[in-house]
Ligand binder design. Structure first.
Ligand SMILES: Cc1ncc(COP(=O)(O)O)c(C=O)c1O
Length: 414
């Protein structure tokens, strides 16, 4: 092995301005290599105390009074904070709601219906063939439910949707375009501003899936003219397993979008218990039932950290981490037949890299047994997620060398 790689990793760690933040995370001082911060972020130590205090003092102490005192506002307060530190969104446009899947359904359907009401000829939803399953299934479901149809864009699995592809797909029949900012498989970083503009010029609304970009890649939702966006909070935003999604809806669409699950929490006067649903003004109208308060608490600590560090510094380290990882892959794994199924250009890549090899499924199971935790995505893809706030360069090198050794062990000798 190239001894320079160790020296490089150590030098990069020594020069890393984000290095001290790693120690704020639970478990970061153990030898475990965590390559899945793009799927479930590590918790911050501060969150342990926050959750305990909440159960004891707020839930246990305030009981139902907590709703009036602060919990009712939490989906909006935390939503605004996500908007501020991670989305480039002015207040009043971001809320914490249901799961990502449910939020996507509600908002894609609201967008489809608003478009159909404006122009019944707009019946198509544009989406890539390699988009995340939930996004594709929802789009198919809404098309079937509302008499629309899906316009599929054929997408290269090692790449992602390009602006040119979107330009070629949208037209006078397009109602909605659904795109992932960072592709879940390849980490391809879409041109969010360009795609939004192309879709708007064709009269379509765009719904962005920000799951793999929020907290890792700078987003300027307001400046780029986003219509609607939804994203997970348990990846780079530290919300914990199953924490609820955020949704962004630009001010200009609040009055025209009607979401399809009209529950009491989305009404103008929640406790009036009126005979019919009257949608609230602003982001409240996109809520349906009682907000999942416990699931929102953990992200407050991560959001504070992202706010302190700044998303640009996070992105800078993210690029350095993935660039270094690809250097190690080139020197140590490529000779074993490993190929990179992510964009080579750092500017077109999000926060993870995917490595292809026919033995990756078996390798993942073996790696987990050795406390190296990536995840696996068909076909033969090992996803290496490098969360900039909690991952070091030395950890990255150690993990990738373990991938190399595991593949060597698994490779049948002739
Ligand atoms: C890109 C993307 N979209 C949507 C989802 C669905 O999120 P949820 O399972 O929280 O509904 C995920 C989950 O990992 C995802 O990665």
């Amino acid at each position: 092995m190239n001894p320079d790689l160790h020296a490089t990793a150590e030098a990069l760690d020594a020069a890393d301005p984000l290095r001290p933040h790693r120690d704020l995370f639970v478990g970061a001082r153990t030898p475990l290599v965590y390559f899945d911060g793009n799927s479930l972020g590590r918790p911050l130590a501060a969150t342990v105390g926050r959750l305990e205090r909440f159960v004891r003092d707020e839930w246990g102490g305030r009981l139902i009074r907590g709703w009036d005192e602060s919990w009712m506002d939490l989906p909006f307060a935390i939503g605004d904070e996500i908007g501020r530190v991670a989305l480039g969104a002015a207040p009043g446009q971001t809320v914490i709601g249901d799961s990502t899947t449910v939020m996507l359904y509600k908002l894609i359907r609201a967008a489809f219906d608003a478009q159909a009401a404006r122009d019944p000829g707009r019946v198509e939803i544009v989406i890539g063939t390699d988009d995340f399953p939930t996004d594709r299934y929802i789009v198919e479901g809404i098309a079937a439910e509302r008499g629309g149809r899906v316009h599929w864009i054929e997408v290269d699995r090692a790449e992602g949707v390009t602006t040119e592809q979107i330009a070629g797909a949208v037209g006078e029949k397009t109602a909605v375009v659904v795109v992932s900012h960072v592709a879940y498989r390849s980490a391809h970083l879409a041109d969010a501003r360009g795609i939004t503009e192309v879709a708007r010029a064709a009269g379509a609304l765009t719904v962005w899936d920000l799951c793999h970009s929020a907290g890792a890649v700078p987003i300027h939702a307001d400046r780029w003219g986003f219509d609607i966006a939804v994203g997970c909070t348990y990846k780079y935003l530290g919300g914990g397993p199953g924490s609820p999604a955020f949704a962004y809806v630009a001010h200009r669409h609040h009055e025209t979008l009607v979401q399809p699950i009209p529950g009491w929490m989305g009404t103008a006067d929640v406790f009036s218990m009126g005979p019919h649903h009257a949608p609230a003004a602003g982001m409240r109208r996109f809520l349906s039932g009682t907000p999942p308060i416990l699931g929102m608490l953990a992200m407050e600590d991560t959001l504070a950290l992202i706010g302190d560090v700044g998303i640009d510094a996070i992105r800078e380290k993210s690029v350095e981490l993935t660039t270094f990882a690809l250097e190690v892959v080139d020197e140590e794994l490529a000779p074993l037949g490993v190929h990179v199924a992510s964009p080579a250009d750092a500017a077109a890549r999000g926060g993870h890299v995917t490595l292809g090899h026919p033995l990756m499924r078996q390798a993942t199971a073996a790696l987990w047994r050795h406390d190296v935790i990536p995840d696996y995505r068909d076909p033969e893809g090992l996803r290496i997620g490098l969360a900039p706030l909690s991952t070091s360069f030395t950890e990255t090198l150690t993990g990738l060398l373990t991938v190399r050794d595991t593949l060597v062990r698994l490779t049948p000798t002739a």
